[in-house]
Design a protein around this ligand. Structure first.
Ligand code: HAM
Length: 435
């Protein structure tokens, strides 16, 4: 890759250019998630990358995502829109607009935009995969949703993931809890940081989400939602816990887990990657948002979902040495020293046969083409010189082992190379006449 000392332009702060093979690994991860979600009955939804700002305001007036991190702007016709900072609000907006039959289960993938302070694992444009399930408050769908994420991490090979679980109660138990929490926090207001004092006036629950050191002593003794659940909310939470136990999915009750968005009720959860440092270990999270459809102008509709950050997941995969991603190197490299036209035809033939093939350009000599072939990582080279051209054959050379080379008929080229690639343990180059 050409490194330019001082480029005129660079990718905006907090964004990345992703080259192969990393880009292929990212696509493979998304495709593995698509398979998992599809086989669990979720259909893909694709929504616009920007929405009316009002859609995202529902994420919470006291959340950083809304107050500090929104990429919002006025369009030419005077409307205020924002690049999506997450997908739940967009998906629920689409649900309310189109009213698919319920239960409705959708999965998604795509970039999100948050004006955050960039650091390792935190970007201004990042990619999420996720699911949303609307129209049922059966606690077992909570379990299904959580299990989908859990099994996905397992499929990737991740072993050091912890599931943190909490209940944020429902509209019946929240007022009493809010009153208790507000009383408690107001009593200790002076000990809180200035930011948390301001948050207290807007949404006391969000104070529990503060990571600022001076707030921690107050938070540690704050009343907990799980101690204020109504019978109904408590029974829902118990059913979720029992469902997870039935599936053998380990979890930790995390009674101060609040999450960074305001729409949550009842079940909330996060996945912590223990191979990463605390600042970047949130590999995903989600929960119930039973009031969101109504807030967006729809009928009362329960909903639950999660989103996983794929950059974070790939960092965890690196740390655990798993999910290397698909092989993207060419399997075969075609070398043609007769002018290049043969290479054109032979690469096309091999590609039609489903083989990954590359070749050299600019009519270089044999030595320089061989160098490129070696660097390409291909297992086999197909050589075409004047002799081969005259005899209507090609020479196949083993680039990795010591199996030498053979001349073979063009007509059997695809079959022979396919067999050889499928059986790399075979200790000789394809059957054919040794040259
Ligand atoms: P969230 O916790 O804001 O939830 O984001 C989910 C995941 O996205 C995080 O756990 C993290 O892996 C990743 N993520 C968030 N911000 C960044 C960033 N700046 N850079 C890199 N990765 C990031 C939601 O977005 C909810 N919509 C989840 C949900 C779906 N709840 C219900 N349904």
């Amino acid at each position: 890759m050409l490194v330019v000392a001082k480029p005129l332009f660079q990718a905006p702060k907090g964004t990345r250019d992703i080259f192969a093979p990393e880009s292929g690994r990212q696509s493979a991860l998304i495709s593995a998630f698509a398979d998992a979600a599809t086989s669990a009955g979720y259909g893909q939804i694709i929504t616009p990358m920007f929405e009316d700002l009002g859609v995202f305001k529902r994420l919470g007036e006291a959340t950083d995502v809304v107050t500090k991190e929104m990429y919002d702007f006025e369009t030419r016709d005077g409307k205020t829109v924002a690049l999506r900072p997450e997908l739940t609000a967009s998906v629920v907006r689409a649900f309310v607009q189109h009213r698919p039959g319920v239960p409705w289960k959708a999965w998604y993938e795509g970039p999100q935009f948050r004006y955050e302070r960039p650091q390792a694992g935190r970007y201004r444009q990042f990619t999420q995969v996720g699911v949303e399930a609307l129209g049922t408050d059966d606690p077992h769908i909570d379990v299904e949703v959580i299990a989908l994420a859990w099994r996905f991490y397992e499929t990737l090979g991740l072993r050091h993931v912890r599931l943190l679980l909490n209940s944020l109660g429902d509209p019946e138990c929240r007022p009493a809890y809010f009153a208790a929490l507000t009383d408690y926090l107001t009593g200790r207001r002076g000990e809180l940081t200035e930011q948390s004092q301001a948050t207290l006036d807007i949404n006391p629950l969000r104070v529990l989400d503060s990571k600022r050191e001076p707030d921690q002593a107050v938070i540690a003794e704050a009343p907990l939602m799980v101690d204020h659940l109504t019978d109904e909310a408590g029974a829902h939470f118990t059913a979720v816990c029992e469902g997870l136990q039935a599936l053998g999915i380990p979890y930790e009750i995390s009674p101060r887990l609040v999450r960074g968005l305001d729409y949550y009720v009842k079940t909330t959860f996060e996945f912590a990657g223990d191979s990463l440092s605390a600042a970047q270990n949130a590999l995903g999270g989600g929960g119930r948002y039973d009031g969101l459809a109504e807030q967006l102008g729809g009928p009362p509709t329960p909903g639950i979902g999660f989103a996983l950050g794929i950059e974070r997941i790939l960092m965890a995969c690196d740390a655990e040495g798993v999910f290397p991603g698909p092989d993207q190197q060419p399997q075969v490299f075609v070398i043609d020293v007769t002018g290049g036209e043969e290479a054109l035809v032979v690469t096309d033939l091999l590609r039609q046969g489903g083989i990954r093939v590359d070749r050299a350009w600019d009519g270089r000599n044999m030595r320089s083409q061989m160098k490129v072939a070696d660097r390409s990582g291909a297992a086999l080279a197909v050589l075409i010189g004047e002799d081969e051209l005259a005899d209507g054959v090609v020479t196949v050379r083993d680039l990795r082992g010591d199996a030498g080379q053979v001349r073979i008929d063009r007509a059997s080229l695809v079959d022979i190379i396919t067999t050889r690639l499928e059986d790399p343990a075979a200790d000789s180059v394809p059957t054919g006449e040794p040259s």
